[in-house]
Design a protein around this ligand. Structure first.
Ligand SMILES: [Zn+2]
Length: 243
């Protein structure tokens, strides 16, 4: 294992005899149907801001626009597939580490186990890119800034005293407003013997399930994070051949 690398990342694990034969590119729009609480940005603390530092929407440091980190989307798809297959260990909260060749979780997302030998499921097939705002959503964002309107919405949540109903500990967090759209991209690498179409089908089923029953970001049980996926494009490419 190379120091400084995520031990779970078996993407570049050397697998004798498995030839990289191509890839499938799955592109889609992620539309916020409710405000998205994709937090994690502690940067840009404003003096006098009412927003809690850890409830700030994560912004792309290069562009200043919100985005959905690939790691967050990947984690959601992975844990959902684990739950559907009964491989989710809620007690330990640890991801599937079986490393079996027939485990869709370990094959697609990688086994959560660092070993000095090659697991039958390796290498990790999926690459989940960060989902950046679409062109239209960027224009809306720019227009809001230009008109000195808030580009993000604020949501205040409080715990209520169950006996008296009185609100306690109100906390204000930022959300990407409903209607915003992001460009998602998932790549599935296909090795000799793989059924790439099946990987895509698995991802699609999980995404549909997430859209219907779950969401993206935090506060999903409290009215945040509902998304829809649409404008889907699927592209299959074969690896280049060499004489
Ligand atoms: Zn597994």
């Amino acid at each position: 294992m190379t120091p400084g690398r995520n031990p779970r990342d078996q993407r570049d694990q050397f697998v004798p005899g498995k030839r990289l034969s191509g890839y499938w590119k799955y592109q889609f729009h992620i539309r916020a149907e409710e405000g998205l609480a994709v937090h994690g940005g502690e940067t840009g603390l404003e003096i006098g801001s009412t927003v809690e530092p850890n409830l700030r929407v994560i912004l792309n440091p290069r562009t200043g626009y919100p985005y959905i980190p690939g790691s967050s989307l990947k984690g959601k798809l992975r844990s959902t597939l684990e739950k559907i297959l009964g491989k989710y260990d809620a007690q330990k909260g640890t991801p599937c580490a079986c490393g079996k060749a027939d485990c869709p979780v370990c094959v697609i997302f990688g086994a959560a186990r660092a070993t000095s030998y090659v697991l039958p499921s390796a290498p990790t097939r999926v690459v989940v890119r960060d989902a950046q705002l679409t062109e239209t959503a960027r224009e809306d964002w720019d227009a809001a800034i230009r008109d000195k309107k808030p580009a993000l919405e604020l949501k205040t949540e409080s715990l209520s005293n169950r006996a008296t109903g009185a609100a306690q500990h109100p906390r204000t967090g930022e959300r990407v407003p409903p209607g915003a759209e992001f460009l998602g991209e998932i790549v599935l690498r296909e090795f000799a013997g793989d059924d790439g179409a099946k990987f895509i089908e698995t991802i699609q089923k999980v995404m549909r399930f997430v859209a219907e029953s779950d969401g993206v970001g935090s506060g999903i049980s409290r009215g945040s994070g509902k998304v829809s996926f649409h404008d889907v494009k699927i592209d299959q490419q074969k690896a280049p051949t060499f004489p």
